[in-house]
Design a binder for this molecule. Structure first.
Ligand SMILES: NC(=O)c1ccc[n+]([C@@H]2O[C@H](COP(=O)([O-])OP(=O)(O)OC[C@H]3O[C@@H](n4cnc5c(N)ncnc54)[C@H](OP(=O)(O)O)[C@@H]3O)[C@@H](O)[C@H]2O)c1
Length: 341
């Protein structure tokens, strides 16, 4: 497993693996369906065997279930780095503190390596207050380093007086929004980028030739029209552009003798602005094939063909990095060049 050196502050180790394990699928929720504890633990142990040293979870992944399973799996592996993330919207300081201490209890740890803001609040003041509380908890030794997720260019610029080490943000062939400005702003501020949903929740796994085959519980992003259950945006959806991109990607794979899984993960891995990518895996087999795919090298011509195939969709997604909401929680530059915040 390749590793990457951290940005301006360490996570307790000088290096992190370039592939990290995301554990949302351990939730056993309506989006991911049933998960078995022992199977999840086997996936974590297999990840360690492959050299993965960073694991991401959250209290709201199955109401603490993902954290609990990860805590059990890593009970005798204190050297493994664990990241979790708190919802900050409408949370009082006391609630935020309790969220962190509950997370530590479930993870069976005295300190968390990376505590992140899960999403910026609609009010920047609330986001700032959360960072202040995290800073206090860092001084108390409960949090080793502070990270954020889903931070846009203005979130990064305006909160850069906090020692933020990482920004976890969606990036994949069907969601290339961070190429517009966020990746560059993170780099300028010494913040590492952790890509999430590198397979677009499995849509890029190669299992699906048509969007209609994709599980309806995962059709909640702005790719899909608001007629799907659980959708929280009010845009028409980008089904036509997404389907067209999917077909072109599958055709490139066929012509190159590569699976879509390989193309998708190798594409993310090829980007110098991505420091590590989170992969979700239900089984050891999925984990192994994803790691191999992420470590595949693609030629410059193939990488260019992948960008060309997804350019129309990239234009349709626009500048809003919020995959779920039109009323973005992320502060970014709108198409008319004015800040959206
Ligand atoms: N910060 C945030 O706001 C945020 C948001 C979302 C995710 N995340 C993090 O990112 C992590 C990863 O994202 P994700 O779980 O949404 O998506 P993902 O990695 O894009 O997709 C994971 C799903 O793809 C399928 N898959 C994975 N490997 C495969 C393989 N080798 N072959 C075939 N299918 C495969 C599996 O689903 P099936 O078997 O069911 O098809 C798996 O559950 C999460 O666990 C979480 O830690 C963070």
């Amino acid at each position: 497993m390749k590793t990457t050196t951290l940005g301006r502050a360490g996570l307790g180790s000088s290096e992190i693996s370039t592939v990290a394990l995301g554990t949302w699928t351990f939730a056993g929720d309506a989006i991911w369906g049933e998960s078995r504890e022992q199977q999840c633990i086997r996936v974590v142990h297999a990840a360690l065997d492959h050299g993965i040293n960073l694991f991401d979870t959250a209290p709201n992944y199955g109401n603490g279930r993902s954290e609990e399973i990860l805590g059990k799996a890593l009970a005798d592996r204190p050297e493994a780095l664990v990241a979790s993330k708190c919802k900050v919207e409408e949370q009082s300081p006391g609630e935020l503190r309790k969220m962190v201490t509950d997370t530590l209890r479930r993870l069976q740890r005295d300190t968390i390596d990376l505590m992140q803001i899960h999403w910026p609040a609609h009010s920047p003041q609330q986001t700032r207050r959360a960072l202040e509380i995290f800073s206090t908890m860092q001084q108390e030794g409960l949090i080793r380093t502070i990270g954020v997720c889903n931070f846009g260019v203005y979130d990064i610029k305006e909160e850069n007086d906090f020692p933020i080490v990482s920004n976890q943000i969606p990036y994949n062939l069907l969601w290339r929004v961070i190429e517009n400005e966020i990746a560059e702003e993170s780099r300028k501020n010494g913040i590492i980028t952790i890509a999430y949903t590198a397979l677009q929740q499995g849509l890029l796994s190669g299992k699906y030739k048509q969007l209609s085959e994709f599980p309806s519980g995962r059709k909640r992003t702005r790719h899909f029209s608001p007629s799907w259950p659980g959708v929280r945006h009010s845009e028409p959806g980008m089904e036509a552009q997404t389907q067209a991109a999917l077909e072109q990607l599958l055709a490139i794979g066929k012509s190159q003798g590569k699976s879509l899984l390989e193309l998708a993960l190798a594409f993310v891995g090829s980007k110098p602005f991505i420091d590590t990518m989170l992969i979700g895996a239900r089984t050891e087999e999925q984990l192994t094939s994803s790691i191999q795919a992420a470590e595949t090298t693609l030629s410059a011509d193939v990488l260019q063909a992948l960008e060309d195939a997804t350019e129309e969709l990239k234009k349709a997604t626009g500048g809003n990095p919020d995959m779920y909401q039109s009323n973005s929680r992320v502060r970014y530059t709108g198409s008319d060049n004015t800040p959206r915040r």
